[in-house]
Write a new protein. Sequence first.
Lengths: 282, 282, 282, 282
Amino acid sequence: MLKGLSKAGLGDVGDLMNFVQLTSKYKFEAIDIDGSSLIEMISSIGLERAKQFFQDHNVQIATFGLSVEWRKSEEEFIKGIKQLVLDAEAASALGCNSCTTYILPSTDYNAAQFMALATRRLRTCAQILGSYGIKLGLEFVGPHHLRTMWENPFIWTMEQTLDFIDAIGEKNVGLLVDAYHCYTTGVNYKDLTKLDVNQIVHVHINDAKAVPIEEVLDNDRLYPGEGVIDLVGFLQALKEIGYVGPVSQEVLTQQVLPESTELLLEKSAQAYATLYRAAGIE
Amino acid sequence: MLKGLSKAGLGDVGDLMNFVQLTSKYKFEAIDIDGSSLIEMISSIGLERAKQFFQDHNVQIATFGLSVEWRKSEEEFIKGIKQLVLDAEAASALGCNSCTTYILPSTDYNAAQFMALATRRLRTCAQILGSYGIKLGLEFVGPHHLRTMWENPFIWTMEQTLDFIDAIGEKNVGLLVDAYHCYTTGVNYKDLTKLDVNQIVHVHINDAKAVPIEEVLDNDRLYPGEGVIDLVGFLQALKEIGYVGPVSQEVLTQQVLPESTELLLEKSAQAYATLYRAAGIE
Amino acid sequence: MLKGLSKAGLGDVGDLMNFVQLTSKYKFEAIDIDGSSLIEMISSIGLERAKQFFQDHNVQIATFGLSVEWRKSEEEFIKGIKQLVLDAEAASALGCNSCTTYILPSTDYNAAQFMALATRRLRTCAQILGSYGIKLGLEFVGPHHLRTMWENPFIWTMEQTLDFIDAIGEKNVGLLVDAYHCYTTGVNYKDLTKLDVNQIVHVHINDAKAVPIEEVLDNDRLYPGEGVIDLVGFLQALKEIGYVGPVSQEVLTQQVLPESTELLLEKSAQAYATLYRAAGIE
Amino acid sequence: MLKGLSKAGLGDVGDLMNFVQLTSKYKFEAIDIDGSSLIEMISSIGLERAKQFFQDHNVQIATFGLSVEWRKSEEEFIKGIKQLVLDAEAASALGCNSCTTYILPSTDYNAAQFMALATRRLRTCAQILGSYGIKLGLEFVGPHHLRTMWENPFIWTMEQTLDFIDAIGEKNVGLLVDAYHCYTTGVNYKDLTKLDVNQIVHVHINDAKAVPIEEVLDNDRLYPGEGVIDLVGFLQALKEIGYVGPVSQEVLTQQVLPESTELLLEKSAQAYATLYRAAGIE
């Protein structure tokens, strides 16, 4: 499994090229990034040099975020399609075949109707991504406080998300499995090993504070290894089913952390090394 | 538009052949029926004689009800697929190209997850029906009391149902438009004329008592023309967009009506004649 | 039915705005155009003024040509997706909901494999177009000489094209029915009236020289009314099934015609008037 | 990988229960069978006893043949859907999640149109199978003499079959990879290792006579290990990409072989043991 980074919780990592250099310096192998940064980099130094830059630093693009606004009005949705195509073209040119988005666990819309709309809209996104050979990963979001943040409960479990994926019905749609959301929804080792590896598009790891699960906040995450989640078991389950893709940390925090970016990266690199070793991952 | 009958509210119409004879006697031209009755008739008198019988009586099969249980467990759903195929084969052999089901406006399941499941299941049904050249019509159900009969609100408006149809994503899925449900959800003449005629799979007419709309009960319907619904406007809207298919009455009542079946049919035939004339339908 | 023009056979019609003015001057109501011209017009005078310009001239955009290269390499196909999205966005902003492409009746590829590739590629195009509410019309191409122009026979009949559309399997895909191709493939009045009107995305009319059908050349067309095709019957069949969309002329010729553009437009306007009158079209 | 048997080339293996007993006796672990035999067994001894019987003999159902006639008229195709559902229900009840069919490399139909028809028909089959959790495997057929047996060339390579699968567009459709057809179409070790394991639904092994590849006949196969195909390399490639499903022999021969069924099974069991050992498969 590739060690991956997102920008979350790292402080100021600079522009994309700087972020890649930092990623490389601390022996991470992949990044989660937005499509706009990729487009900007290509337009700034050209596609060939951009490819070379990633290659020289031994860094891959793990995934890019779905920029389309599929949670609001039809008008906003349609407006976003062009950007999706631009993102997909740039990402695919740079060898990335994964795009991801998260599902908020409540909504101000009628939940059933919103599921119908979301199914059709994400199908359209998946179809467009599919034409570039890109998969779409859906991230279920577990923290309990978000389940009542908007008027109506939507979905937040892995099983519901798999039903959502079936409703979408496109072969390039799968899960983004995040350890934080597994923890807050009670997904255990055994649940994970029941997955077929090709149902997984991307993986996130984070850690949680030692508070009752119902009180775990979405934007109050710890660095891997600093909290109470059994990340070794999590990684072992993924290993057992043959997952070899990227595992990116995404440490959403309420305030910018006081440590320097480089210190945080060093800490994280050590945590990954420890976890991978404990999980028997080369 | 073809004048159609369902068995609802007619008392005992006997077996299918008797029902067809009664339908014919009162100059109705189409019936809503279940697939099992069709299979039974074919197995009893043979396909060719069954076809001839319908033809001799100038009666068509407007639609058959979807027998698959798509609202409960996955196991029950899968068990019903075989019967669906048998129904579809029989119906299609008898020249029927329409199957319909209704959507209850509330559910004990998580509404969003149930929409995901329902989308996938009705897609499967639509695909199977499609292989026999049969359309699937979804009936939104308007009465307010049903919106809280089960734990979570589901969907009940025409617009939501069109979103559901889009989520299913199969080209042979459309609406069953029922005047009673249009009345109880506020669908007016103008809303109906915005539809493309090929979005309509089937039409029901009924009438409603003069009580506040919020108090209209699903199983307390009146014969067409006896209540407060503007059925002439309803039919005119359908005419305006070019609908020429069947319009079946479906008079769900709390008790069996005291009148004889033949009296009820005569009353209904006169009501249809009056309505069609007023709506300018030949 | 709207009287429509394509640029073919009209000589130099100038830029898009000039073409719209000419279209309007001769009482035509719709144009077939490429997406790039629409994008250019919007970027030149702005979307609102562009919409106003079309409205002021009482001209609609009947259809825009599919710019994606779906007949060659996968690489070329994918490269074209971005332009398709730009075209679709521009067209839909200007109220156009139709995109069309033609099917060459022979191919240098293995015909079966090419059908598989074309099915998948046009499905992708249809899905993208569908997200903008745009239909995709496929034009079968009849002239016999093209059936052997490339190594392997592909498809050229209406029935084959309907099978192709079924293989694509998207609900927004239908036919572009061209009188010239109906003539050269023997599609008669009765065949046309068997279509459901929503299977037709767009219509072309042209006329053919009085030579044996096998010798009719694709780029040797006559103006409507000048040749041997029964265009009145063609239009009557379309009228009978309820077609009310655009009917565009597309007069492909081997040389630029000697008459001036305005003379050609006047001739065509008269021909349309005569044909429409004879076919009983208002 | 499971050692599997089909009935081909084994002489008279008796009824299904007898075949299972023989399979078990020679330590094979899976069988390729037709759905009708499964239905018959269930109707004869009941589902629970049937399941127990397979379990007691440590034999799985590797795959059942697609009984629908998708290569001829539309009427025949539709007639077969009912049987497909019955087959799928029986197979799925017995724990089988794979159905397979072969693609003849030439056809009397227009090849492109037939591809369109086949795409739509196999999509319908895949959708029905999918509702039972069953995959559909397509077997490309390599022997050269079959490429000209019917009027028009169809498809016979793995790459073409993958394009066909993409055209069908359902997520439960993949390849049946047969060593004989790989040999006769030049699919090598490297080609196989480029596959994603979830693209493979089933695997066949057979061996070929030492004649020029162009002269290899479809129904003149040898037992694994008796011919010239590099089956060790074939199995190693499958192992490399993580294939762990059944590998069934299917020895089509021109005459019934002179050896007894048990002798043939013993020979085959030894051949499998040798091959698996050589390929490093436990």
